[in-house]
Design a protein around this ligand. Structure first.
Ligand SMILES: [Zn+2]
Length: 355
């Protein structure tokens, strides 16, 4: 009894501490980690934390799985943040996104509440944990890659995780020099981080409707593929949905986001997680490059966290709603169509009988 009381008090104290999590500042990894635990404690009915891999320096890579536990296999919307260490607005967005979807879920009768019965969100707030922690040390704010050491005679650190996935690996927009910012690693999936994402999603890809990976900066929505010789079979649909998302984003604070493949609007590249996800069969795959256009670059001031997150949320939700509607309303339409068929057949029978 006493222990239960103490436990309750500790929970309440924890809740009080968590209540001050400030979404308008950047947080070091230890704070994001505690925040994840807090989200779990506050929402045990719909949130679980899943460890699905380890970084080079043996830190856990965790995602928050958010959705109603129906007992059925559910569809999945994936989001990862912080694959590039210095893009601090990205983990800030994942925190904001989780706060928002949980708030909306708690509104009785909301679309989010309905959606979470059919679809789970798998959100990794920081994928490149080692790199993110390193970017918080003195003088290394602009670190991008993971923290694996170079091999052979190369003494630099880090593989660019977004050049290390197994899709046209090592072919274009990638470096073989381990000191380069875009060093693709010794082989596809040579980094434990990219290997963890791949292994995890390979098992679930049939249920994953959407893969959304969050970067900065440049204000872009990128669709597959980074290699100009490849075109996604649903390129037209990806562009249509991406352009509509950008239009929604513009409505929020007037900011323009361009939409296209990486070679068309940024630069060609290979080995990205977005391209791997599309090639693996996940139908909708996008990269968001958040604010800004280069004024502050990776060091986006904290005053811009909230507006950047608000507009990105609007774009992400446009895509999520589209993907969800397409999956589940289509199923409803099929059911309605067969019901109509039965009714029509009945009418025809009645009509025949009448004559
Ligand atoms: Zn990036």
């Amino acid at each position: 009894m006493m222990l239960a009381l103490v436990g309750m008090l500790l929970l309440q104290m924890g809740a009080a501490t968590r209540a001050i999590h400030d979404y308008n500042v950047y947080h070091p990894y230890t704070e994001i980690d505690s925040w994840m635990t807090g989200i779990l404690i506050d929402n045990p009915d719909i949130v679980s934390i899943e460890r699905y891999g380890q970084t080079y320096e043996k830190r856990d890579i965790n995602l928050l799985r958010i959705g109603e536990r129906t007992g059925a296999m559910k569809k999945v919307a994936w989001m990862d943040c912080g694959i590039h260490a210095r893009e601090w607005i990205s983990p800030a967005f994942c925190q904001y996104f989780i706060k928002q979807i949980l708030q909306e879920y708690r509104v009785h009768g909301s679309r989010m509440a309905a959606m979470m019965k059919e679809m789970d969100f798998y959100v990794t707030p920081v994928l490149n944990v080692d790199g993110y922690i390193y970017s918080w040390l003195n003088g290394t704010r602009l670190w991008r890659k993971n923290r694996s050491p170079g091999t052979g005679s190369c003494s630099c650190y880090g593989t660019d995780l977004n050049r290390n996935f197994n899709v046209t690996w090592g072919t274009i927009g990638v470096s073989t020099n381990c000191c380069s910012e875009t060093y693709g690693g010794t082989a596809a999936l040579s980094s434990p981080e990219a290997a963890s994402v791949t292994r995890y999603l390979e098992q679930r890809k049939a249920d994953v409707l959407l893969f959304l990976t969050i970067h900065s900066y440049g204000q872009l929505i990128l669709v597959p593929y980074g290699n100009p010789n490849l075109t996604a079979p649903n390129y037209g649909q990806l562009m249509k949905v991406g352009l509509a998302a950008a239009a929604e984003m513009k409505k929020v604070h007037g900011m323009s986001y361009r939409v296209g493949t990486s070679p068309d609007i940024l630069y060609p590249n290979s080995g990205s997680s977005r391209d791997w996800a599309r090639l693996a069969g996940i139908p909708y795959s996008f990269t968001f490059e958040l604010r800004d256009n280069g004024t502050f670059g990776f060091e986006l001031p904290e005053e811009q966290i909230q507006p950047a997150c608000e507009e990105a949320y609007s774009g992400a939700m446009h895509i999520i709603n589209h993907v969800h509607r397409e999956q589940f309303n289509a199923a409803v339409s099929v059911a309605t169509a067969s019901l109509l068929g039965v009714l029509l057949a009945t009418c025809v029978t009645v009509a025949n009988n009448a004559f």
